[in-house]
Design a protein around this ligand. Structure first.
Ligand code: PEP
Ligand code: MN
Length: 293
């Protein structure tokens, strides 16, 4: 890691706090709990998600509108229509939104609507994209590549930072191994190492690591226990109807109770979880929607 200059801890910079909205940041004593579906499907889905999570202890929403799917025949995301849905729930529920950018050509459009631009695992070493994101005026959530070493991961962050954007959040999301029982292997050792060697916030995505919803809450708790600055978790109003990654999606109630269960662990490691968004939130019930045929 000798050539890394901007990512590594120095006596003068031992930690960075990345602000993602006026009231939400990551890397300080507050943990960042992010929830939302794999993909934005329609406005009703995101209303249901945002209205429930805003009253739980979830500080930000996730949802892909450009989806990196293994098969070109699978749902590829709603594109700009999805961005508008994200921005609309963000504005009404006060939760900043995170969404994936897959190509340089999408950066400007996504940065207009989203608060954080996610680089997916499959693009962690898309160096042209990383360089272009160095010029973006939004924080970058950089996910670890499917089989990237810790050094390669840190160097990917170094690409973004050396091109002008200091606001990088690392995200461990599991790495490929031989075992097919879990989708990937959640590398909590990497989280500990990254916290020791870099000053950047480190988040954990237990959903893509586990691939199975029943494994997600314990992995999220383990992540906070070992020093992660937050978790990003997939959840859906009707998990089994998710258009992508249904098997790993928590229900909204499971998401809210997961956030609650992180409290004592946060306390044990000297961290805090901000309280729920307050104020007069619009009310919405997914049950009132006509059922899709
Ligand atoms: C996602 O967050 O939905 C996603 C595709 O994640 P990853 O890039 O980690 O596979
Ligand atoms: Mn997903």
């Amino acid at each position: 890691m000798q050539k890394a200059k901007l990512t590594l801890k120095t006596p003068a910079q031992s930690k960075s706090i990345v602000r993602i909205s006026e009231t939400v940041s990551v890397g300080g004593s507050d943990l960042l709990i992010v929830g939302g579906p794999c993909a934005v499907e329609d406005l009703a889905q995101m209303e249901a998600v945002a209205s429930r999570l805003a009253t739980g202890q979830i500080q930000a929403l996730r949802g892909g509108v450009y989806k990196p799917r293994t098969s070109p025949y699978d749902f590829q995301g709603l594109g700009v229509e999805g961005l508008k849905i994200l921005a609309s729930v963000r504005d009404r529920y006060g939760l900043p939104v995170i969404t994936e950018v897959m190509a340089i050509s999408q950066i400007e459009e996504i940065a207009e609507y989203a608060d954080v631009l996610q680089v997916g695992s499959r693009n962690m070493q898309n160096f042209d994209l990383l360089k272009a994101l160095g010029q973006a005026n939004k924080p970058i959530l950089l996910k670890r590549g499917l089989a990237a070493t810790i050094e390669e991961f840190v160097m990917a962050a170094e690409y973004v930072m050396s091109h002008g954007n200091p606001n990088v959040i690392l995200c461990e999301r599991g790495i490929r191994s031989f075992d097919t029982y879990t989708r990937n292997v959640l590398d909590l050792g990497a989280v500990v190492a990254l916290k020791q060697i870099t000053h950047l916030p480190v988040m954990v995505d237990p959903s893509h690591a586990a691939g199975k919803s029943e494994l997600v809450p314990d992995l999220a708790r383990a992540a906070i226990a070992c020093g992660a600055d937050g978790v990003i978790v997939e959840c859906h109003p009707v998990p089994e109807k998710s258009v992508s990654d249904a098997r790993q999606a928590l229900s909204l109630e499971e998401m809210v109770s997961l956030a609650r269960s992180l409290e004592p662990i946060a306390q044990a490691v000297g961290r805090t979880i901000p309280s729920a968004v307050t104020g007069n939130l619009p009310r919405f019930s997914y049950d009132l929607l006509p059922t899709a045929s």
